[in-house]
Design a binder for this molecule. Structure first.
Ligand code: SF4
Length: 285
């Protein structure tokens, strides 16, 4: 019986991994991949080492190795798909951008806080008047909660929103010299500012892609497009960050929001007229 040393086996396995990853990716993309056993089959069949491996009795690729190959190939498959999707979204929504109106990072911060559970159209109506008089953090510090609440009431949840805006304004003055900070850790340290709001301000106000804005549209579309399986926005954000180039995160969140508003609506996705119909796996639950 031919003898294969442990080292020879390891080298063989590495070569298989390098040579056959591409085959595995194609198999997954074409939907011919069915189970882990299949990986062993295609790996062995397509490698130049087939003959030598065949001559060894009872060859079983170790499970951790198969899992490693599978994960690697799946990641690669997902990245290829994400690349195609990005190209398509750039074609369909070349000018996708933030629909909130603002003239400074602070105004954007205020508008983003107001946009929770409210449409951007309604927020823009409110801020059109609000920003005429209240532009900087110091404009807000002497404003009473009641007075601000009255001005933003039509955006809903106005008690909490007024508190968050006033606290953020005070903290920006006391801790950051009146300048909106431009790092995710500093922004999320402000009262009432979560990761989503911080990502909006960083991406649109400062041009910094430090995270992915995962709002209700992006969350829904990430699942329908097969980009994420996470059950909470923080997990979906990590999944999106893993497959898309960092420089495109801000654009992509706006493109997905636009796609969600126009075609992939929560209750009734309009797949027939959707411009990415041919690319989308339509994972609709
Ligand atoms: S094809 Fe359907 S499920 Fe996919 S993004 Fe378009 S509307 Fe949504």
């Amino acid at each position: 019986m031919p003898c294969v040393s442990t080292n020879q086996c390891l080298v063989s396995l590495q070569i298989i991994a390098l040579r056959l990853n591409k085959s595995l990716v194609i198999a997954i993309e074409k939907g011919i991949f069915k189970c882990k056993k299949y990986i062993t089959q295609i790996l062995i069949k397509k490698t130049n080492l087939y003959k030598s491996l065949k001559s060894v009795d009872n060859i079983i690729l170790p499970l951790p190795f198969i899992n490693f190959l599978l994960k690697h190939a799946m990641d690669k498959t997902k990245k290829n798909y994400a690349k195609r999707l990005l190209v398509k979204l750039r074609e369909v929504f070349p000018a996708a951008e933030c629909s909130l109106e603002y003239d400074s990072p602070f105004e954007l911060l205020v508008a983003t806080i107001l946009s929770a559970q409210c449409t951007d159209v309604q927020v823009n109506k409110v801020t059109k008047t609000l920003f005429q008089k209240y532009k900087t953090p110091s404009d807000y510090v002497n404003l009473s909660v009641e007075s601000l609440e009255a001005k933003i009431k039509s955006t809903g949840f106005y008690h909490n929103k007024a508190k968050s805006i006033l606290s953020a304004a005070r903290e920006i003055i006391s801790r950051f010299g009146g300048i909106v900070p431009c790092s995710i850790s500093e922004l999320t340290s402000l009262s009432g500012v979560g990761r989503k709001t911080a990502n909006v301000v960083l991406g649109n106000g400062f041009g910094i892609n430090e995270g992915f804005v995962v709002d209700t549209h992006v969350f829904r579309l990430s699942h329908r497009l097969g980009l994420a399986v996470g059950s909470v926005p923080a997990k979906v954000e990590l999944e999106l960050m893993a497959v898309f180039p960092q420089g495109d995160w801000c654009f992509l969140s706006h493109a997905l929001i636009q796609l969600g508003r126009q075609f992939c609506k929560a209750r009734k996705p309009d797949c027939n007229n959707c411009p990415i119909n041919s690319t989308c796996p339509k994972i609709i639950k």
